[in-house]
Design a protein around this ligand. Structure first.
Ligand SMILES: [Zn+2]
Length: 108
């Protein structure tokens, strides 16, 4: 009887041809909601009240100074959006993606 061991390890298959997928790059940042006040036309100044649940790495120095890092938003509920100029929330509407893109393209 021999103690011969059989190694059945195969070399990983090397593919000679790896198709390159043409995947468009993801936008780096999440697109934030955009609003419009239909009462005064304001597009840029709003007081947003929201409830946010987040997780973050709290990094203390030995001296007790805190640095908050890697904040991750787990959940966010927007409670109200008030126009900063005329103070109404009733007339504020959220723009849909197409409108927001159009606005962003027209920014100058
Ligand atoms: Zn307004």
């Amino acid at each position: 009887m021999t103690d011969e061991q059989v190694f059945a390890v195969k070399d990983p298959v090397v593919e000679g041809y790896a198709p390159v997928m043409a995947v468009p790059p993801e936008p780096a940042t999440r697109v934030a909601a955009r609003y419009r006040c239909t009462a005064c036309g304001n597009l840029t100044r709003f007081d947003v009240t929201s409830t946010r649940r987040s997780r973050a790495f709290h990094h203390y120095t030995v001296g007790g100074d805190l640095e908050v890092e890697d904040v991750e938003i787990l959940d966010e509920q927007v409670e109200s959006v008030v126009c900063h100029w005329c103070g109404t929330s009733d007339a504020v509407v959220e723009l849909d993606a197409a409108d927001a893109a159009e606005l962003a393209a027209g920014d100058d």
